[in-house]
Design a protein around this ligand. Structure first.
Ligand SMILES: Cc1cc2nc3c(=O)[nH]c(=O)nc-3n(C[C@H](O)[C@H](O)[C@H](O)COP(=O)(O)OP(=O)(O)OC[C@H]3O[C@@H](n4cnc5c(N)ncnc54)[C@H](O)[C@@H]3O)c2cc1C
Length: 479
């Protein structure tokens, strides 16, 4: 069976990979000239890489780890010490650590929390621990019910002091969805905490050993093409063409860079686009269907990823850091954390700037200047007094509509991978799966989508109209 998939982010590539494993022929059509979507990266004139986002892999990412194992690239995940490291707000330049001992969950998490006395007082730890009991006992059903509350509301309901937000959860909400605890759904935070408390290595973090398009996406493409599938860049989906019976009869691909526009036909069709561009492409006839109309409530959140190259080493820390500063979320010195970006003499900081709604329209110079102001607090020894660190180069990557904004009520709006249209399916981190908007969610959504297509084929739901001719034959250049 031929399956046309629009979008070569992790969801589209994962869907194509699992379809090809099942003996089908996926044809992946990506609008841009780079693989990876929100994990895309580019090289500047000096050969330095810059990325859409600083990306962390967690031990709890079972589907992602399975994918790495299946591609035989597990050695590309650089696992760090089992810790969470926060900048100290009142003590610039110092850190507070949660260190998880090597004992089973949830005891390692409890020990990590009890062992940290910098951030939370004992009464705060106890009230917070009691608040988490329902989540631990009732699991996912409780976590889903809590989607009616923001994280700040959830804390209030459990009489947990607001200070716990200031100390820990502003940083965590910004890391999870680039927004503050007043906005983020408590389901998001509880989902993460639940995984961390139930899986011994759930909160352990890894960095990819290099740029994601080559080190993660390309092996997936190689796997797909070795099994007869195709992956095409510069192939934007412009229109979902419908047959008279309401099914999809083709993906109309735009003609860019001198190429002619084309229609790709297949037996089944997948949108692995982010939710925002998908909404713009929905055929008029579909907009009345609740499955599609509820997508109106899912909207991408802005975020900015900043890369700063310095004339010296600012830190030796080989880990993710939670900045706990007003404009920044998490950051890392990639010259320590990532093999391909390694530099023993100079730091390259990659920093996530969030919430970004008031900054996404500002100039790169303004954003870099504001970031440098915050770095004075994070690295006072290098940005005050004589012999201060010098910024050699900065690159700012803005994503005005990134992952969907996980405000309360969104869980009910997230669509299943199987749509009401018999030969049309959805993949993407916003589609329903238990990992929310993340790389893990994207990979899992792709596999669930491939499975849904297999089920639809076996039940005869997908018409037996076997399409002929490959995308390459239709004039598209393969990757
Ligand atoms: C700054 C930042 C930091 C992040 N940090 C983390 C992290 O630490 N850990 C984590 O797990 N997740 C993180 N994420 C989230 C993670 O990157 C995403 O959840 C995931 O990559 C989304 O994958 P996707 O395939 O669903 O969507 P996307 O990656 O958005 O892929 C969609 C693809 O569709 C393509 N497309 C769009 N329109 C068309 C069209 N008309 N025709 C054809 N193709 C089209 C796009 O170009 C893109 O390639 C981060 C995201 C950002 C932005």
């Amino acid at each position: 069976m031929r399956v046309a998939i629009a979008g070569a982010g992790l969801a589209g590539l994962s869907c194509a990979k699992y379809l090809s494993d099942a003996g089908h022929i996926p044809i992946v059509l990506e609008a841009r000239d780079v693989l990876g979507g929100k994990v895309a990266a580019w090289q500047d004139a000096d050969g330095d890489w810059y990325e859409t986002g600083l990306h962390i892999f967690f031990g709890a990412y079972r589907n992602m780890r399975r994918l790495f194992a299946e591609l035989n690239i597990e050695d590309r995940l650089q696992w760090k010490s089992h810790s969470m490291i926060f900048n100290q707000k009142d003590n610039p330049g110092t850190y507070s650590r949660f260190d998880f001992p090597d004992i089973p969950a949830p005891f390692n998490g409890v020990a990590a929390i009890l062992g940290n006395n910098d951030m939370l007082t004992w009464p705060e730890k106890i009230s917070f621990g009691l608040g988490l009991v329902p989540a631990m006992l009732r699991g996912q059903s409780y976590v889903e019910e809590c989607d009616q509350y923001s994280w700040t509301e959830w804390l209030r309901l459990h009489n947990i002091p607001e200070r716990v937000n200031d100390e820990v959860f502003i940083a965590m909400a910004k890391a999870l969805n680039f927004i503050d605890p007043d906005e983020i759904s408590s389901t998001v935070v509880l989902t993460a905490l639940n995984r961390f408390l139930q899986e011994s290595d759930g909160s352990k973090m890894a960095f990819l050993d290099g740029n994601p398009p080559q080190r993660l996406c390309q092996p997936i493409v190689d796997h797909i093409t070795a099994r007869g599938g195709e992956v095409h860049l510069d192939a934007p989906l412009r229109e979902i063409s419908l047959a008279e019976d309401g099914r999809v009869e083709g993906f109309r691909i735009g003609g860019i860079k001198g190429q002619e526009g084309r229609t790709i036909t297949a037996d089944a069709y997948v949108s692995a686009l982010p939710v925002d561009p998908l909404k713009l492409l929905l055929p008029e006839a579909w907009k009345q269907l609740a499955y599609f109309s509820k997508l109106d409530g899912l909207n991408g959140v802005p975020v900015i990823n900043i890369h700063l190259w310095f004339d010296r080493k600012l830190t030796a820390i080989d880990h993710l850091l939670f900045s706990r500063s007003p404009l920044l979320s998490v950051y890392a010195d990639m010259s320590n954390t990532c093999r391909e970006y390694e530099d023993s003499d100079h730091s390259m900081l990659e920093l996530v700037f969030a919430p970004a709604k008031d900054w996404i329209g500002r100039s790169d110079d303004d954003i870099v200047a504001a970031t440098l102001e915050e770095l004075k607090r994070l690295f006072p020894q290098h940005f005050t007094g004589e012999n201060q660190a010098t910024l050699r180069k900065a690159i700012v990557v803005k994503t005005p509509l990134s992952v969907y904004k996980t405000v309360p009520g969104c869980q009910a709006l997230r669509p299943d991978q199987t749509s009401p249209i018999a030969n049309f399916f959805l993949a993407g981190d916003y589609t329903m799966q238990r990992y929310l908007a993340s790389m893990e969610g994207a990979v899992l959504s792709g596999r669930l989508c491939a499975e849904a297509i297999g089920v639809a084929q076996s039940t005869g739901a997908i018409a037996a109209s076997i399409a002929t001719g490959s995308a390459a034959a239709a004039g598209l250049a393969p990757v």
